[in-house]
Design a binder for this molecule. Structure first.
Ligand code: FEO
Length: 170
């Protein structure tokens, strides 16, 4: 079954949203580097790569369904945060917004009776649960550590150990 024009447009919009997320986390990675938080810079760099993978997963799906990918301009992200707590607060807020976008996509796929798209999008639904939980957990740890240079050093080191594993989407 071909993608409906509404689904095609919505999936293209989500490709743009995922690239915007990548851009936002790359900006956070650069800010963390400026703040000499190398581990957190690494964490956000991996997050940037994950978001690119999310965008590419959607892109391939549109193509697999015989749809047309139309890339559009990516908005410039915020580029300054005072500290790591502010960055992770922003991450939690942003991921909640993305969860809403994914939910809207599933709602549209349901309305369009596009059961294949619902199945595919399920991966993204689960991924959002994980992303929100992880960001929330790290925010909590940072809030505990923020007044202790030793604790912050250890946490930064821990976040520096994150590596990129290409996700299997769909
Ligand atoms: Fe692609 Fe962070 O959700």
């Amino acid at each position: 079954m071909a993608l409906s024009s509404k689904m095609e447009k919505a999936l293209n919009d989500q490709i743009n949203a995922e690239f915007y997320s990548a851009y936002l986390y790359l900006a956070m990675s650069c800010q963390a580097q400026d703040l000499k938080l190398k581990g957190i810079a690494n964490w956000f760099n991996i997050q940037y790569q994950e978001e690119i993978a999310h965008a590419m997963g959607l892109l391939k799906y549109v193509q697999d369904r015989g749809g047309r990918v139309t890339l559009s301009a990516i908005d410039g992200p915020r580029t300054q945060w005072e500290n790591a707590v502010e960055m992770f607060k922003n991450t939690c807020e942003h991921e909640a917004i993305v969860t809403g976008l994914i939910n809207n996509l599933v709602a549209l796929a349901t309305k369009e009776k596009d059961y294949a798209a619902i199945q595919f999008l399920n991966w993204y639904v689960n991924e959002q649960v994980e992303e929100e939980a992880t960001a929330d957990e790290i925010l909590g740890e940072l809030q505990l550590a923020q007044n202790s240079p030793g604790a912050m050093f250890m946490l930064d080191r821990e976040l520096g150990a994150r590596t990129f594993v290409a996700p299997t989407i769909g």
